[in-house]
Structure formats: C-alpha cells, structure tokens
Design a protein around this ligand. Sequence first.
Ligand SMILES: C[S@@+](CC[C@H](N)C(=O)[O-])C[C@H]1O[C@@H](n2cnc3c(N)ncnc32)[C@H](O)[C@@H]1O
Ligand SMILES: [Zn+2]
Length: 382
Amino acid sequence: MNNITVDEGLVRIEIPVFDKVSAKAPVFYNPVMELNRDLSVTVLQVYQEKLGRDIRICDAFGGSGIRGIRYSKELTGVECVVVNDLNPLAVEFTNDNIRKNGVENIRTSKEDANIILRKCRGKFDVVDIDPFGTPAPFIESAATTLRSGGLLCVTATDTSALCGTYKEPCIRKYGAMPLKTEYCHENGLRILAGFISRTFAKYKKYTTPVFSHSTEHYLRIYLEVGKGAKKTDDSLKNIGYIAHCSKCLHRMTIPGIAPYIPSECPNCNGYLKVGGPLWLGKLLDSDYIKRMLHLLPSNINTYNKVLKLLERCYKESFGPATFYDLHKICKVLKTRSPPITDVLEKLKEDGYFASRTHIKPTGIKTNATVETIKESILSLLE
Ligand SMILES: C[S@@+](CC[C@H](N)C(=O)[O-])C[C@H]1O[C@@H](n2cnc3c(N)ncnc32)[C@H](O)[C@@H]1O
Ligand SMILES: [Zn+2]
C-alpha cells in the first residue's frame, strides 16, 4: 500500500493514499481540519495552565492519530493521551505514527467511542469527540465519564441539520428546532451547546462553553464541566428560544424551557418563527481567548487565519446572542450598502456595542435594535 506523508504542527504522519476526503478513505485525514487541530492544541494548553496539573486526554475518534499525537508532542503538562478508533487500520497507522514521532506518553485503543468513554469513567480530564457527522450519539457517554473540572471538545459536521437546511434531522438528533436565518451557524452552535448542557444535566453536571467557532463545513465547541444540582439548575437558566421576524429582521431571545413565546413581531406585526431550545448564554470566554492569543505559536501554517479568527472572536465575545447581516438589512431597506466599518463606527458613536463576527464577513453584532441599525445605515447614505 502506498502512503502519503503529512507535516502538520510539530508532527509528521503517514496515511494510506486516498482518492478524496471521505468516510470511505482507508484511514481518515482531512487537511482542511488543520486549523481545527491548531486551535484545539491552543485551547487545551490554556485549559491545562488553568487546571495547574498534568492532564489526561482521550481522543475518542483518532483517525490517523494526528490530533492525539499533536496533543502529546505540542502540549506541555500532559500525563497521557489515549487515541481511540474503531477502524483497525486507523489504529495500525496511529501506532506507526506514534513510533515515528517518538512520543511516549500515548497509547491506542480500538473500541466504539461509547464503550471506551463508559469503561474509563472518571479517568480523563479532556474528551475530544470528532466523529463523522453528528456527535449527538456520543455526548451522553462523555457526560458519564467527565468529572467536575473536565473539558469536552466537540466537532459537528452535520451543519445542514444544526443550521436549519433540514429541520427534521435537527429535531431528531438534538431535540431542537433550528432557524434558517443569516445567523444560522451561530444558532447551530447554540443548539449544540444547549443539547450538551441538557444531556449533562441528567448527571447533575453542567457545561460552560469557553470557546467555539463555525469554520468551513463544521462547528466546533469546547466546554468546561462542573458538578452540583444547584449549579446545574442555575446553568440551565441559559437555555431558551430565539424568535425571528423574516420581514423586518427583528429578533428576540426568550429564556426558559417552557416560556410564553409570542407569534407576532412586536416591531412590524409580521410572523415570528422560533428556534430552540438552545443555549442563550456566552459561547466565547474572553479571558480564554486572550490567553489563546498569547500562547498561539507563530510557526503554525494557519497562523494568519487563526489570529484573525481569534481577534474577531475576542471582540464578539462581549456581544449579544445573534448578529445582523448588513446586506440583508440593506435588501429590506432597498438601498445600497455603506462600508461595514462605517456602520460599526456609527453604532459605537451612538453608544451601542458593535463588532464584527468571525462567522460572516458582513455580520454585525450589536445591542442596537434593527430599526436603529436601519437608521444608522440610511444616515450614512445621505
Ligand atoms: C472525522 S474522523 C477523525 C479525525 C481525527 N480526529 C483528525 O483530527 O484527523 C472520525 C473517525 O472516527 C472513527 N469512528 C467512526 N465511528 C466510530 C465509533 N463509533 N467509535 C470510535 N471511532 C469511530 C472513524 O474510523 C474515523 O477514523
Ligand atoms: Zn418584524
């Protein structure tokens, strides 16, 4: 069998030749996920520093082993990494890749992720869930295994469900109604965070998102785990709904599991469509991101992209739960669009919070109402 050699971060791995990136490849490796892995290394280093002791990591869907081997080689303060995969060939390549990279605090396992997570209850500080498609069937096992102080890392590539292209699979997998809006990717992250929070709550555990991003075809979220009935009850107060008017673009957040949700837009009497239950709390922790910016190695291939993403995330971490799209508002107004930087400046001058978002180049996060944004846009075009 012919192999391909890949250099990423501080590691060099080999994988069998494949036609295209797909679940059918003999051993899965996706170069597009390099940025995901670079960010993961940085998040885990911030987490390890904060915890203040060596950490034990389970890379439950290891593929070629690249992620787990990078954790082992690039992080300081790692006690051990377990790289698990159900595919025997993936484990064979991971074993070779471990040997070739000369890392020692790492071993492999060949089980269903749900089995290893349940068998190793309480043994890991970090659980990384990076499956094909939806992570939904594996969250409950992570909830049983992670203790207070743990970190859960989750990738979801089923964005068509989470972001509302198809609502039935979202209802089926996450028990939530998605919203196909201009901020549908942020909403997808909120549905995922809400689902994780409700799953952990069964075990009197709660999850606090520390970092998340929507990039390319996937969503990625990192959450710290805490324990206690009262704290879990308090954390669940972050669950609620978003009601959205497609006519005037007004939107509102409504906290609660069974709150009263109006069906008529208070701004234009249009119809309000509703998404949720979802996480209305923070998806980004500004202190975490500040530390990530500090620790980010400048020699990674994705440095410029990661830096731009983190700088945007830092600014938007102080913003509200949704964002507006400048072009969409201009379409409703039937006008041309002023430069986004002018709109942001105008909103800030008028005393509002205003930032861009890493999710959409034309996105505006602000606490101004849609009518205020419309007035600001029109005043800039006068
Ligand atoms: C998206 S890939 C992982 C990629 C890897 N984390 C990386 O960063 O390159 C998903 C992997 O999960 C494995 N897999 C699929 N279902 C599994 C299961 N139920 N338990 C464990 N591994 C599974 C597949 O063999 C595949 O290697
Ligand atoms: Zn309206």
